[in-house]
Each structure stands twice: as structure tokens, then as C-alpha cells.
Ligand binder design. Sequence first.
Ligand code: FAD
Ligand code: N01
Length: 543
Amino acid sequence: MTQSQQRQDVPATTGQAVFDAIVVGAGFAGMYMLHRLRGLGLSVRVLEAGSDVGGTWFWNRYPGARCDIESMQYSYQFSDELQQEWNWSEKYATQPEILRYANHVADRFDLRRDIRFDTRVETVRYDESSRRWNVSTDRGDTLTARFCIMATGCLSAPNRPVFDGLDTFRGRIYHTGEWPHEDVDFTGLRVAVVGTGSSAIQAVPIIAKQAAHLYVFQRTPHFSVPAHNAPLTPEFRDGIKARYGEFRRTAKEQFAGVHFNYNPKSALEVSPEERRRQYEARWAYGGVSFMGAFSDLLFDRDANATAAGFVRDKIREIVRDPVVADALSPHDIIGCKRLCVDTDYYATFNRDNVTLVDIRGHRIERMTPAGVHALGREYAVDAIVMATGFDAMTGALKRIDIRGRSGESLRDKWQDGPRTYLGLAMAGFPNLFTITGPGSPSVLTNMLPSIEQHVEWIADCIATLRRQGKTLIEPTPEAEDRWVEHVNQVAGTNLRSACSSWYVGANIPGKPRVFMPYIGGLPDYLRKCEEVVATGYEGFSIG
Ligand code: FAD
Ligand code: N01
């Protein structure tokens, strides 16, 4: 029997509807939030749309899915026993291994008894007279709580582009972010993958090995660097575990909260030979630390161009057909879209059964009963894999009808882009918190420590209110305005805000173009959060 078959979650028709806190989402954020709030003695209910814990790692089961922050860092640190007892098997853990870890955490801390699965939250409404939130679900019931914590994820609302004729397609359609739980075998099939972001870049090499033929529909090429994944030896693991506390502490002093070797030099101050040596060393090591080769890669276009040129040269070395190599080569800023990390992605295009369909400057015209119509012809396939990403950062929240004081709708408040104070809370929405919300470093960092920091900040805040006999906390509009202005000002200094990425909402038609995460770096952000607490929650009104 699997863990989920043994699961002891809350039945749908549980009698209790009144709680101290409701948490929406049972990914890593919601799981830890539950654990912390329980520790304060609060009654808590977690509501989760999926049928088990894990969030991202529950939904994204596509072939090749794995993390690209090294496993020893992409894990919780709140419990030393937990981090000592768990043994990651590879440098970058696979999705099944990360999901096993999430299940282990749920079992170890007995989380499931307060989680209701298969329950999607539809509306979240503030009742000013009772100072409580009413949370209604697709089960037709309403729960109520003083505090509502949205742990709904930054990359959890799948982007399903509308293609004419999609419903006429005779084969199976998959989305990487909603992958079926049963094995999907593409052996002998003709397959189309739509998209070339991180998900596609992981899936394509594996699907290519199974499929009779694979067509990869590329609207924009993304930069990718090799993972060089490998098993972790016990010696390596034990070495880190022996100084895990120190290892974690120093990671938080880094811009993205991840240990990697940052070179403080400018790419433009060193000789071409030195530059090449740096890039070669990082290419050989693998992973996103490539962008740490020089300090100005994300601040100076000329510096960035040196790194982009190096990767384009690598693509030309790997891909035999120069026309395909050129089509796979991005000509914009490296690291502006999220840098991808791959295992044999570019080499996959040397296979006879793989065709890159470069629709740059065009679009997929329509789906037909037999396949995909693009560039004036039909590509006949048996299955289509949508690797089309997510309505990132705001999507999961805006898909819920959230209404604060005087019935103000979050969708209206955010119609020109998200507005938060520290990515943690919003004016007009008292006692409602967001974990890794827009306006916090979130997706620009190693997410696990960022999640933990938010969870701990929120739990401490609630504990303080209770100690003081208070029942309400809410950012002032002025503090929120100042923070939004700061988030935008810092974004303007970084090349990452300069391209059409999901960071700025460019992947979703009609979404306002605003750089959503906070790009001032984790250390500055942590300091700001600590200062707010030290000054008695500066920028919040408490009542
Ligand atoms: P999620 O894991 O997204 O969980 C949110 C949960 O909320 C989901 O289970 C969802 O079903 C639920 N939910 C949403 N809306 C509702 C609703 N209305 N009602 C009920 N439930 C709802 N980050 C890294 O730092 N390193 C990595 O290597 C990395 N790899 C990634 C790989 C993939 C394929 C993806 C998609 C993301 C990756 N990320 C990575 C980001 C990843 O999302 C975070 O690291 C982390 O798992 C987020 O946890 P979370 O709990 O905040 O959100
Ligand atoms: O999504 P994406 P993703 N017609 O948005 C294309 C994390 N993650 O799921 O670039 C045709 O990056 C779109 O084209 P374009 C990580 O943070 C991490 O791959 O917009 N194509 C793009 O190519 C990542 O950044 C890992 O022109 C369409 C692709 O679909 C984030 O999740 C693994 C289209 C979407 O790429 C999202 O990654 C996976 C249309 N109408 C995910 N609409 C790790 O390795 C979209 N596209 C850790």
C-alpha cells in the first residue's frame, strides 16, 4: 500500500467549520505553516485542491522533472532531526524523490489529520463585523477563521493557451503542470511538445528516447546550461550534514539564498582568456551557478553579452545542424528569462527522430483532429504535451474570488499589477497573509528557505498579536505604496526586468507588465522584514 492509500486526511463532511486559521495549499509552504501554527496551539485547517501533499511536486510529474537547486539545499531546515535523517540520492533530486520527501514530512509531523484534500477554495471573504474570513470551497461548504494564509504557490496555476481546434484533436493532451498519476508511455508515438522553457527542456530528452517522432514547437529559445547531475556519495552528504547549520546560515547571506561560488569581479574587467576560463569552469560544474561567473551579468548588457555568446558557442558545438543550432540560440539577455538547466537538451536535436519547429515570429495557427498546424502545414501527432508554464505569482490568487474590507476584490486591487507590503500582506485585507507573494524575493531565490522565512514571520506575527490580546493586523496603504515603489525601482536596475518573461507576466495575454518578485536580494529583504518586527510592525496597523 502506498502512503497516499494509507492517508488519514480530514473527511469532506467534517463537522467543524470554525478555526483560528485556514491555510490554502498543502505544498511545502502550507505544510510548514500548519506545523508552526499548531505549535502555537491554534486550531488550523488546510484546504488543498490536490489529493495529497507536495504542491509543485504532486502536480508536475512529467518525464525528467527534478529540482535545479541542489537537493542538499532544496529542503527544509526548520528541524535538524529532519535534515539529518533524510538522505538525498542525487545532486538534483527527481520529482518522485522530492514527493517522497514531502510525504515523509507529512508523516513525521502528522500533518494530514488537519488537511482536507480534493478541496478547491473558490471564495475568501472578509467579514468586518466578526473580523473573520469566510472561506468557501467547491464542496459547497464555508469555513471561517480569524487568520487566512494563502500558501497557493507561485507556479501552480497552469497556463493553458487557447488554440483554435484544440478540442477537435483526436489524441491525448497533457500539461506538464497537471501530469497524470499513471505512467505515460510515448513508445512508438508521434509527439508534439509545445514550449521550450524549463519543463520542456527537462522533458524533451526523455520523450525523444521513447517517441517514434518528436516535434518541439519553439516560440522563443531559452538559454540552458547543463546540470551534470550525479549520485551523492555518503561522504559528501555527511560532510554537509556535519555543518548543516553553518551551511544554511551562510546561504542566506547570498543574493539568491543559495550557495554558489559568486565571483565579485566584472566580466568586463578581466581578459578574454580569464572570462572563458570562468565560463568553462561553471559549464563543467553545471547548474544555475553559471550566472555567478561575474557580478555584473544581470546588471550590464555588455557583460551579459559575453556569457550569452559563450552559451551560443556551446550550442553550436553540440548541435550538428547549424540551422537548428542557430534556431536554438537565444539572441537576448541570458538569465532574463529563468535560466534552464538540462541533461542533454541540445544534443537531443541531433537525433533523427526529433524536429525543432521554430515558430519564432509566427504562432501555432490551430490544432486539428490529427495534430498541430503551424508554418502553413500540419504536423500529424498522436499526443500533445503542453509545456506552456504557469500564470505565475498572481494566477493562483486571482483564480480565487478574494474580497477584503467593504467587499474590495483582490482582482480589482491588482488589475494594474500586484500590490503588497513585503509580499506578505495587503492593505484592505486584514489578517490575510501570502507566503512568497509577489513583492517578495520568492522565485528569484531557493524557494524552500524563502518559504520557511515567510512561514516563521507570519507565525511570529500571529503569536505577537495573541500575546498582546489583539485580533487584527493590516498594512497601511502608505507602507504598501512605498514598498511597491521600492520593488519597481529595484526591478528597473536589473536586466531581468528587460524581457518578455513570466516574471513580468508576458506569457499571459492581457496580464499587466510588472516585474512581480522583489529583486533587491535576499539579505536586504530579510533585514527589512526583521526591522519591521523590531520596530513593532512598522507599516502595519494593529487593532
Ligand atoms: P506549491 O508547491 O505550488 O503548492 C501550492 C498548493 O496550493 C498546490 O498544491 C495547489 O494545488 C494548492 N492550491 C492552489 N490554489 C488552490 C485553491 N484555490 N484551493 C486549494 N488549493 C489550492 N523552486 C526552487 O527553489 N528550486 C527548484 O529547483 C524548483 N524546481 C521547480 C520545478 C518545477 C517543475 C516547478 C513548477 C517549480 C519549481 N520550483 C523550484 C518552484 C516551486 O514551486 C517551489 O520551490 C515550491 O515547491 C513551492 O511550494 P509552495 O507550497 O509555495 O507552492
Ligand atoms: O514554463 P515557461 P515552464 N504558443 O513559462 C511557451 C520553474 N521550473 O513550465 O518563451 C506557443 O518557462 C513559451 O514560449 P515563450 C522555473 O521557475 C523549474 O517551462 O513565452 N508557445 C515557453 O517556451 C520555470 O521558469 C524547473 O515565447 C507557448 C513555454 O511555453 C517555471 O517553473 C523545471 C505558448 C513555457 O515556458 C516555468 O517553467 C520546470 C503559446 N500560446 C519548471 N504559450 C527546474 O528545472 C506559452 N508558450 C527546477
